[in-house]
Design a protein around this ligand. Structure first.
Ligand code: ATP
Ligand code: MG
Length: 404
């Protein structure tokens, strides 16, 4: 029995959380806090320093694994244990590599839960004792935000449309702090798409960095009426050198220390700054439209990312039906790209109009099908999936089955 050891539950699924809490109560563990993934989990772990942090690992896996890391950074003496409906060895192995000391396949009997928690706690306590110089607790500022990079090697496939609508939705439906970063420093149109007139831009900021300055990033951000923050670019005449990849990486990392979600929009061409953004990403949404040229480019991008060792977990294929002249199906796309389609966004003729007006569709016409698909994607990414959205997912062949 737990003899009132303190447990923090990290779980974005409210029902599952309640079940686990109830079971832990009967086992004489004291549930001292509950959190969703990311900054909240990291903050509570740092504040409460519980003996055990029990993390429910589900899709999107990259966010869950990132949470395992940030929780440990915030409270290195807490023993992290994973509970998951996924009973495959690969996920368990990855969880252990990410620092979990135990893995519980859910549903599990109270006895089994107690057994795993106790074994994990013993193993961890031994390991901590052996460390001569323990990490000073809570000293480092962990980069706990989720970085979602929207990319695609082809121009005009809907990257900016997705990044802006997603950012707005996340800011409006969660209490998360969200920033959309336009890394297309000289040709980006996030500001235009959102009806923002930028005074200072990412190009100005990066110019300061190049001069060896340490600019105050916040003073370059603009807040959109929806609550989302934007680091804008502005169409600039002339030919410019692409922004420095290290500076882009540093910028994203720094934003991830204060924002829960950093949504990164990227230019059409695949260059070093896109690679840097991808490296910093928790999740990378590879956007393609449903035409052969775009799909082939997506395949090339994906192949080269895989060759470089970019993990499939972090990579999600999004098919945006940016035009209604689609000649191929999602199944064809999945086969050609050799990657399951993670999400589809339907064609909607209201989108170009909303782009021109500077009023993204989730605001201009939230009931539109396209807006609802973006809403559902935001819900999935933020871990607040609702029943009707779960139905949506099953249409896609159970790719996102939570095993319930
Ligand atoms: N689902 C959709 N339905 C209809 N039109 C769309 C859809 N998604 C995007 N569009 C339209 O397609 C055009 C290109 O979209 P967007 O600017 O988002 O693409 P992009 O990938 O960011 O392009 P670039 O590579 O130039 O940055 C815009 O006019 C936009 O309104
Ligand atoms: Mg764009």
């Amino acid at each position: 029995m737990g003899r009132n050891q303190q447990v923090l539950i990290v779980d974005s699924d409210v029902d599952h959380r309640a079940q686990v809490k109830q079971t832990l109560g009967t086992l004489e563990y004291a549930v001292v806090g509950e959190a969703t993934y990311g900054i909240e989990a990291s903050r509570l772990a740092g504040e409460l320093r519980p003996e055990i942090v029990l993390v429910h690992v589900e899709e999107p896996l990259a966010l869950a694994f990132r949470t395992l890391e940030v929780v440990q950074a915030a409270s290195p003496r807490s023993t992290v244990v994973v509970i998951s409906q996924r009973d495959d060895a690969a996920t368990a192995h990855k969880a252990m590599l990410a620092g979990a000391r135990g893995y519980i396949v859910s549903p599990a009997s109270p006895n089994r839960i107690d057994q795993v928690l106790r074994a994990a706690r013993t193993r961890h306590a031994d390991a901590v004792d052996r460390i001569m110089n323990p990490v000073p607790e809570g000293e480092a500022a962990p980069t706990a935000g989720f970085v979602v990079t929207v990319f695609g090697p082809k121009g005009g496939v809907g990257k900016t449309t997705l990044a802006t609508n997603l950012g707005i939705t996340l800011a409006r439906r969660t209490r998360a702090r969200v920033v959309v970063v336009d890394t297309d420093a000289y040709f980006g149109d996030v500001a235009l798409t959102m009806g923002i007139q930028p005074e200072r831009t990412i190009a100005d900021l990066l110019a300061q960095v190049e001069l060896g300055q340490r600019p105050d990033v916040k003073s370059y951000l603009v807040q959109h009426p929806s609550g989302v923050w934007v680091l804008p670019a502005r169409h600039a005449g002339g030919v410019h050198a692409p922004p420095d990849a290290d500076a882009i990486a540093g910028l994203i990392r720094s934003l991830a220390t204060t924002f829960d979600f950093v949504i990164v929009d990227t230019p059409g061409a695949f260059g070093p700054s896109v690679a840097a953004a991808l490296d910093e990403s928790t999740t990378a949404l590879l956007v393609t439209s449903a035409d052969m040229a775009s799909v082939k480019d997506a395949r090339i991008a994906l192949d080269s990312l895989r060759e470089e060792g970019f993990e499939d977990d972090r990579l999600k294929l999004v098919v945006n039906h940016a035009t209604n002249a689609n000649s191929i199906t999602d199944e064809d796309i999945a086969r050609t790209v050799r990657c399951d389609v993670f999400w589809t966004i339907p064609h909607d003729r209201e989108v170009p109009l909303s782009t021109q007006r500077g009023e993204p569709l989730v605001i201009a016409s939230p009931r539109a099908q396209m807006a609802r698909r973006v809403e559902a994607l935001a819900a999935l990414l933020s871990g607040s999936t609702e029943p009707d959205e779960a139905d949506n997912r099953s249409v896609l062949g159970g790719l996102f089955r939570r095993g319930r």
